[in-house]
Design a protein around this ligand. Structure first.
Ligand SMILES: [Zn+2]
Length: 111
């Protein structure tokens, strides 16, 4: 059997990568809760505001096109995350579950 190295991945929403690239640093610059539930809620809320950008790539391919996409949408992504943080801060849903750590290491380096 001729194994083809051009195997394609399933389409994935590239916006997810851009959101997660910025998520933690933006959360860290705010006093928003950092628990996993809030992080994921922020990511989901931000992604719902952004257009989907589904891409198909070859396995192991270096995404040069994606860098272009990233620069194109970076500002929108940052705005969407900041907005999402505001929403989640007002309505945190981590109370639904056992809360492990909240406001534990609140750093205030930014400002
Ligand atoms: Zn939380």
């Amino acid at each position: 059997m001729a194994e083809n190295s051009n195997e394609l991945t399933r389409p994935k929403n590239y916006m997810e990568d851009v959101v997660f690239k910025h998520l933690d640093s933006i959360i860290a610059s705010t006093d928003c809760c950092r628990c996993q539930r809030c992080r994921m809620d922020i990511a989901a809320y931000a992604l719902n505001q952004l257009p989907n950008k589904y891409v198909v790539t070859r396995k192991g391919e270096v995404y040069s096109k994606m860098l272009e996409l990233q620069q194109q949408f970076e500002a929108d992504v940052i705005i969407a995350i900041v907005k999402a943080i505001e929403v989640v801060k007002k309505n945190p849903r981590h109370d639904d579950e056992v809360l492990v750590e909240k406001n534990e290491s609140k750093s205030e380096q930014v400002q």
